[in-house]
Design a protein around this ligand. Structure first.
Ligand code: DGY
Length: 326
């Protein structure tokens, strides 16, 4: 029996890649940068499966370029806003993602950013490198306090809850805003009824929402104005959840204390972006899930989703399970 042909849009970590290459006739895009749209449309022709990254836009045109034999799309990410899921559902193609396994790594990094922005770590390191460290000073590089401070989580899913657990160790009070989630008896976090209430009360705000029409620019000029002037904002969700122009103005005019973004709009952030001129902003290159074991597990799960779809089996993690009920 010939092996099913698949296109893998980048070299993924070995445990997943080995599984894919064992089961499939796989073409793996070898470059550091993603395939161009034109290349993607050409490379998927005739494949039964696509293993994509969050940098690849997979819409109906890509699915049609592949052809009617396309059986599965497996995304190497928990987020799937790069895939036009209704287009896949209309073609009865299951779409896989990688939830759960990156929760801890992402929560660790969100907390890293809360600490780094609140305590001005990057600015302090630069201060030393610039030769500005002349002596110990009572008021040099003062930052935020954590014990007793209020952490506001926008989104109380797996990652939001994992951040709340970490905050308990710092003796913080945790509140959350999430219209789809209730309080969890296992986690010390209190639900508030509006984003405004959360922003007005929080000393730290961490974003953990998916990107969709209701969360695009959720943090904007109006909502930034509801934050405390001492507040710290962290985004490890998706770049477009924050209106970056409004954030730039708020940071520049010191209407909030500091921010840290692991995700931006666009990605990568152009090196001449005005955001990069701000001392009170840290920008990381979308690495919240970038720990060795986590990326191995993501690759493995993406491979398992792909192979299940090729075999006609239910994907271990499917974002459009309605394809199975038709
Ligand atoms: C995801 O999986 O959605 C993250 O943004 C990247 O790991």
């Amino acid at each position: 029996m010939p092996k099913p042909r698949v296109f893998v849009t980048r070299i993924i970590p070995q445990p997943g890649l080995a599984l894919v290459q064992d089961f499939c006739e796989a073409e793996v895009w070898p470059e550091e940068l993603p395939p161009s749209r034109e290349t993607l449309l050409q490379k998927v022709r005739g494949v039964e499966g696509i293993l994509s990254l969050l940098t690849d836009k997979i819409d109906g045109a890509v699915m049609d370029a592949a052809g009617p034999q396309l059986k599965v799309i497996s995304n190497h990410a928990v987020g799937f806003d790069n895939i036009v899921v209704p287009d896949a559902t209309a073609r009865k193609i299951p779409v896989g993602n990688t939830p759960g396994i990156l929760t801890d790594a992402t929560a660790d990094f969100a907390f890293t950013l809360l600490l780094a922005a609140g305590r001005r770590l990057v600015e302090a390191a630069q201060y030393v490198k610039d030769g500005r460290w002349k002596t110990w000073g009572p008021s040099v590089l003062l930052g935020a306090d954590f014990v007793g401070a209020t952490l506001g989580l926008v989104g109380f899913g797996r990652i939001g809850k994992a951040v709340a657990k970490r905050a308990a160790g710092f003796e913080m009070r945790v509140i959350f805003y999430d219209p789809t989630a209730e309080e969890d008896p296992q986690i010390k976090a209190e639900k508030v009824n509006s984003l405004e209430e959360l922003l007005r009360q929080s000393d730290f705000v961490s974003l953990h929402t998916p990107l969709n029409d209701s969360t695009r620019h959720l943090i904007n000029a109006v909502t930034l104005a509801q934050m405390k002037p001492t507040a710290v904002l962290v985004n490890t969700a998706r770049g477009p959840v924050v209106d970056q122009q409004a954030l730039y103005a708020a940071l520049k005019e010191k209407r909030i204390f500091a921010a840290a973004l692991d995700v931006t709009d666009p990605e990568p952030l152009p090196p001449d972006s005005p955001l990069l001129t701000l001392d009170n902003l840290i920008v990381a290159p979308h690495i919240a899930s970038a720990s060795r074991q986590t990326r191995d597990k993501m690759a493995l799960l993406a491979a398992q989703n792909l192979i299940a779809g090729l075999k006609g089996e239910r994907l271990p993690h499917c974002v459009n399970p309605e394809v199975y009920s038709r």
